[in-house]
Design a protein around this ligand. Structure first.
Ligand SMILES: NC(=O)c1ccc[n+]([C@@H]2O[C@H](COP(=O)([O-])OP(=O)(O)OC[C@H]3O[C@@H](n4cnc5c(N)ncnc54)[C@H](OP(=O)(O)O)[C@@H]3O)[C@@H](O)[C@H]2O)c1
Length: 343
């Protein structure tokens, strides 16, 4: 491997407010040498995810912060090019938390303590699905909606951030469960995809709507039974007054607040929960780590049966990973945002 060159992307500075390209630095890196039990991986795809914004801050959220001037890590798919682990062979396609490098090493334990990566079967579905519908976003949609939202046939489910990696899947899972689905997203093109391709019943463009609350009332004449919240802020302020008795509000993400420099104070939600005997619950997908195989199996089955579609937005080139990440906050992506690093 010594004839190959390596590159890495570092956190160069911590953002205040909206991150910029200056917060990242692309640098040459040494070619890592796998130790006993480790594998050398050639990165094929990197995933950019909104939660990574929290890791750019100094304080701890639910994942440790990135260290300054250290390589960024995130979800990725790669090919094993050298193995010092019994569990992997050169040529295996793997997924897990990878360094943002062209080549990186990972621990090669298949399961248990120290397990960093798992094999991906490229004959089942495109390998990119390990970062989307058959990976973290898929499990987030599956457990968040079905376990916490508990949608029943005929109920109305509202989904914010509906055209993203998690949102597109939540919309479809709610349709599979026989619900009326109302989507909120940031462009007419996205909303056309949601209604025409995914069968969503109504879609609202929150960027062009001059009366979001009115549009929501019109789209939800029978009120809201489940609200799957990916964005928070004013969009959620518009949904809460419409909840029905026994409604479930699933707090999956609050992307509209991630870049605020001062904490946001909005309308109080407790009165709505009180008078409707409603429930609001946050969750982190790793809460469901022990049940991940169940989720992957069911999502894979729906995918194979054609009941589930997935959209991907793929940016080409390792150097473009920071820009792809920033694009999440301006809504550049329809479906899962990925970066293609190598064939
Ligand atoms: N709880 C968990 O374990 C878990 C796991 C994964 C993801 N999440 C959360 O779930 C949400 C979706 O994640 P994802 O990976 O599927 O990302 P994503 O939806 O694919 O990408 C982010 C999308 O958010 C929308 N957005 C950006 N800024 C916004 C704003 N100020 N107001 C409203 N919408 C905004 C954009 O779409 P528009 O064009 O519609 O604006 C953008 O495409 C995020 O909040 C994320 O943090 C939580």
């Amino acid at each position: 491997m010594n004839n190959k060159t390596n590159k890495k992307i570092l956190l160069a500075s911590r953002p205040s407010g909206m991150p910029t390209l200056d917060n990242f630095e692309i640098a040459q890196a040494e070619m890592p040498q796998p130790q006993e039990g480790e594998v050398l991986i050639r990165t094929l795809y990197l995933s950019v995810d909104p939660y990574m914004r929290g890791r750019m801050n100094e304080g701890k959220s639910y994942v440790a912060p990135f260290a300054l001037n250290e390589v960024i890590t995130g979800g990725g798919v790669g090919e094993v090019v050298e193995s010092r682990s019994d569990a992997f062979q050169p040529g295996d396609i793997v997924t897990g938390q990878l360094d943002w490098q062209l080549y990186s090493v990972a621990h090669g334990a298949q399961e248990g303590a120290g397990a960093g990566i798992r094999k991906v079967d490229p004959t089942l579905a495109p390998v990119t699905t390990a970062l989307g519908v058959l990976g973290m976003p898929g499990l987030t949609a599956y457990f968040g909606l079905l376990d916490i939202g508990q949608p029943a046939a005929g109920e109305t489910v509202v989904v914010s951030g509906a055209a993203g990696a998690v949102g597109t899947l939540v919309c479809q899972l709610a349709k599979i469960k026989g619900c009326r689905v109302v989507a909120i997203a940031g462009s007419d093109e996205k909303n056309h995809y949601l209604t025409s391709d995914l069968g969503v019943d109504a879609a609202i463009n929150y960027k062009t709507s001059t009366d979001l609350r009115g549009a929501l009332r019109e789209a939800c004449p029978g009120g809201v039974d489940v609200y799957f919240d990916n964005v928070g802020g004013e969009i959620s302020d518009g949904v809460t007054p419409l909840i029905n008795h026994g409604a479930r509000i699933v707090i999956c993400g609050q992307i509209s607040l991630y870049n605020l420099e001062r904490q946001d104070v909005g309308p109080r939600v407790q009165p709505y929960l009180l008078v409707n005997s409603a429930r609001m619950q946050g969750f982190i997908v790793t809460d469901y780590a022990a049940r991940a195989p169940e989720g992957i199996q069911q999502l894979g089955q729906w995918l194979a049966e054609g009941k589930l579609k997935f959209a991907e937005n793929i940016v080409e080139g390792f150097e473009n990973a920071p820009q792809a990440f920033l694009g999440l906050f301006s809504g550049d992506n329809l479906g899962k945002q990925l970066v293609k690093v190598a064939d």
